[in-house]
Design a protein around this ligand. Sequence first.
Ligand code: UDP
Length: 327
Amino acid sequence: MKVLVCGGAGYIGAHMCRMLASAGHEVFVFDNLSTGHAYAVQWGPLVQGDLLRPDDLERIFAARSYDVVMHFCAKSLVGESMRDPGGYFRNNVTGTVNLLDAMVRHGTRNFIFSSSAAVYGMPHDVPLAEDHPTAPINPYGRTKLLVEQLLPAYDIQFGIRSVALRYFNAAGAALDGLIGEDHEPETHLIPNILRSVVDKHTGPLQVFGDDYDTPDGSCVRDYIHVNDIASAHMLAMDHLARGGTSQVMNLGNGAGFSVLQVVDTARRVTGKRIDYQVMPRRPGDPPVLVASATKAHTDLGWRPQFDTLESIVETAWTWHRNRAARE
Ligand code: UDP
């Protein structure tokens, strides 16, 4: 199939392009390179453009037709979204509306959307199933929910069928260390832990809050390997190709790990000492996010391959060591 991967130069998008190409699909990348990297675009041509510039979209859609659009372009940092809600709204909501409108104009009818566990807000029941109430507590989560809420209208009015995949915490890297998580500045937990090990200048890890109502007081998250996220997209694409209906699904391992448990796991995997300092809570962080991914298991037949935190952190460690050796 011909797949337009918006955000294909980014962390998850690049792993997606690699998996698509190795399965024989044709990959086309659209990315503004604001947080992604040209070096990560290795499996299809890159068109540098921005969702907020409809002319850029027109260019890529006029060039050829696509069977499916996967949409990974987003600002995705909870803390940043608290400081810049307008920027998040413009980029994540207006940008997606521009993309959907371009799809309507050019007759592309299959859409896979990167949503987020952040749509749930404060969990009432854990693990979270898709029918748990959605009440995001930060602007990032609100932008993802707003798009989810628009998708049924594009389905009814224009026949754009979609799968919105609510990622829990994407982590890990390619097994051969070729691509991995590369943000500047980095804000995510696992890369920050590993950077504190390989880069002497970063200082000790900061742990945001140890007074949450969780077993050890630090926040609990469900970490899911980036290749498992990509494999769910492959299955979602097959679902739409078979004529399947629009869906919303969680992607997680169904196991929660606290920040301090992740630090312990990284100690075991790296064999290194990891110092940390406890800081105040980070605004916008819910205490616990753990997925029920039963729907993706039953409806898509999805089975995550990396079902232990160790195996996920090991792949991230390979990437970080390779990266440090290159610099
Ligand atoms: N976190 C932390 N120190 C860091 C980065 C993250 O304590 O340097 C915590 C953060 O407060 C959250 C968890 O680790 O509770 C996961 O955060 P991350 O930014 O990786 O993902 P998010 O859950 O925001 O998508």
